[in-house]
Design a protein around this ligand. Structure first.
Ligand SMILES: C[S@@+](CC[C@H](N)C(=O)[O-])C[C@H]1O[C@@H](n2cnc3c(N)ncnc32)[C@H](O)[C@@H]1O
Length: 290
């Protein structure tokens, strides 16, 4: 494990400025463990700009309005942790229970998914793999997958579809790796068919422009964790605006809508999923599946 000493007194002001920038731009509050590793996370930025330390970086940011440098700092400080088929039982529930239900209810043969806070793409590539492995079931359907993240660096990587050996070893079955990825130097690249299934866009949840209309399945996993309660409410209201009464919302394992949303409630059928409150007041009650 990498250990960096906590910022000394001289750097505390700088740490405050930099974490303040992160919060102002993204809503994310630095967790204690990430604040501890701030200097390590910023090392590539310091090196690229010939800056000696965090103090010099903070001074540069305060002295000049340099939006490129601000972007680099924000990208470096965001927690982009992700992996393929993260929380496998959720993906199992998606393919075995949630999607068949959506399929049953949809007459127009269009299925829309939005991953909000998709990071480097492992989550949506996992979904694309599930759809592609089940091609017979989805024949004749249009599958639309929108994947957004505030980090331009994460979105660029996601679009490229390139993952290191270490990335693919985290959660990807060998059969799926061979079937859907191609070697790319020392790395692996998702094949063009998989890449074309996903519309990746840089977008801020607090100024969201990318989502259009309503989505059947919404994923916002491991994103809300570092927002204040007020910001969680704001994001959940946004997700509600882009959902319909039968949509299913999935959050990360440590996240909940309880106490943060008037629109969503724990889904009566899909454990760990959330449904719109209005659905339960509708004429057709949700059936028990899981
Ligand atoms: C820990 S990752 C989760 C990735 C993926 N959903 C998963 O569970 O594996 C959280 C992502 O949320 C993104 N994020 C943080 N604040 C955001 C905001 N205001 N708007 C959009 N994305 C944001 C971060 O850039 C990061 O990629």
């Amino acid at each position: 494990m990498e250990l960096t000493p906590p910022p000394g007194p001289a750097s505390r002001g700088a740490a405050r400025i930099l974490s303040g920038l992160l919060e102002a731009r993204t809503g994310q509050i630095l967790s204690e463990s990430r604040a501890w590793r701030m200097e390590t996370a910023l090392k590539p930025v310091l090196r690229a700009h010939g800056l000696a330390d965090m103090d010099a970086l903070a001074t540069r940011l305060v002295g000049y309005k340099d939006s490129h440098l601000e972007n680099e700092v924000v990208n470096a400080l965001l927690n982009n942790e992700s992996s393929f088929f993260r929380d496998l039982q959720i993906f199992d529930m998606i393919s075995r229970h949630i999607l068949p239900r959506v399929q049953e209810e949809r007459s127009n043969r269009v299925l829309r998914v939005w991953s909000a806070g998709c990071s480097t793409g492992q989550e949506v590539y996992s979904l694309a793999i599930q759809f592609s492995n089940d091609v017979a079931r989805w024949r004749g359907w249009r599958i639309e997958i929108l994947a957004t993240d505030i980090s331009s660096a994460a979105i660029e990587q996601a679009k490229s579809g390139i993952f290191s050996q270490m990335d693919v070893q985290r959660g990807l079955a060998v059969g799926d790796l061979i079937k859907w990825f191609e070697p790319s130097g020392d790395d692996w690249r998702a094949n063009s068919r998989l890449r074309q299934m996903i519309d990746f866009r840089t977008d801020n949840l607090f100024d969201a422009r990318a989502p259009i209309g309503e989505y059947d399945l919404l994923l916002c996993r491991n994103v809300l964790l570092y927002f204040t309660p007020e910001r969680r409410q704001t994001v959940l209201r946004l997700l509600a605006r882009h959902s319909h009464p039968r949509s299913v919302l999935l959050l990360g394992a440590g996240e909940t809508v309880i106490g943060h949303s008037e629109d969503f409630i724990p889904h009566p059928d899909f454990r760990g999923g959330y449904g719109r409150r209005i659905a339960t007041a509708g004429s057709e009650p949700l059936r028990k599946v899981v």
